[in-house]
Design a protein around this ligand. Sequence first.
Ligand SMILES: [Zn+2]
Length: 464
Amino acid sequence: MNTIKNVLIPVENGYDTLDVQIVDNAIAAISPGIDATKSAINGTNKLLLPGFINAHTHSSEMWQRGIMSGFPLELWLAELYDFAPLDIEKVYLSALGTAVETLLSGGTTVVDHLVLIPGKELETIATAVRAYKEVGIRAFVAPLIQDESLSAGIPSGESEQTHEPYFRSTQATLEIISEAVKQFHRPDEGIYIATAPTGIQLCSDALFTGCIELSEKYDLCRHSHLLETKAQEKLAQEKYGCSAVEHLKRIGYLSDRTSLAHCVHLTEADITILAETKSTVVHNPLSNLRLGSGIAPILKYRQAGVNVTFGCDGASSNDSQDLLEAIKIGSILHNVTDFDYQHWITPRQAIEMASLGGAKGLNMADELGSLTVGKKADLVMYDLTSLSLLPRTDPIGLLVLGRPTNVVDSVWVNGKQIVADGKVKTIDVDNLRQELFSHSQWQTTRKSQTVAQIEAHYRTVMGL
Ligand SMILES: [Zn+2]
């Protein structure tokens, strides 16, 4: 049992100073004057919020942050995969790093759309699971799967294109996910496997359908990229003769436990479908800027009643893993897309999107995402005496709109305190720093073979 004494909590018209009692894994009481002589934690001059959800990332991209060329997604992916780490130890270290950076920027849950090392798929999943368990963060491990080769993700245009078959069959891929569920899906322990076909650009209907079946059989979330680029919008028309959203609705993929990363190029009709199916949009503003994908029409989604939350996306397209930064940019970006300022996202709305919005997308709104008695204690406490949160104004306003640095004082996940005094208690972060250092080197330029092969076709078909 922990009782946080005299902590600032947002209420309807401002803030209250209250005590919050955590018993086992849940919030047991929120009120003034809770008697707690033995188990008290001083919350004076601190702000308590529900943990945010980093609702879309790819942990192993950490190894290529800061070096990727300035390419749009289709070419960027080719470069990424040419240099992707094939070493299990690196998968472990970057999952630890992703977890730590998420915790220290206000997150208590991470959705890792995990890139699998070919031939070592289950080992990759096991390794990420081990890292997240060690840190103690709540983790949705969503193995990134596809059954078409990379070049199939670029529209053909006028040309006749043939593509190499993917190296693994659809059936074999589905069997890996099924096995991963049996071995690692442990909601009680805060580890969840999600079905995660990468997106319409590289997945057959058979793969989507197989994922729907697994999701229904084992009660799993569904997670995919959706219409991140102009090229994907074009490709959907070539592939299906309709929009990707219409097609995904037709095959039954969209649901209240389906979260869709990016959603940049959707039509009005697509937006209506997302609202009707209660699907969740994961907004990854930094990645969309970095790859020139476009600006997702987030305010239109909100007005249509579509649930929206935030993700950092992988660190190669960000090039960080700072959730507070994603929330800030993901909010104020839309002050330039939408003229009517009454629809702009306020700091309090941003906080709710990042917490409750994320929980909804994972079908866990009853258990996570707000400071509510009975919900799981996934909590973050911010130090309001930190230099970047001074002088004193509106704490949430400054947290979202400012540039908070080293402001996370404490984090609880499932009732267990895993960050205290700004330090992760569960793993040795200094050792992690040394390992990340020794497994890497300074680099400048490099040449991707695959980009050289596909760039001319990409430029032609995209009219460049
Ligand atoms: Zn992604």
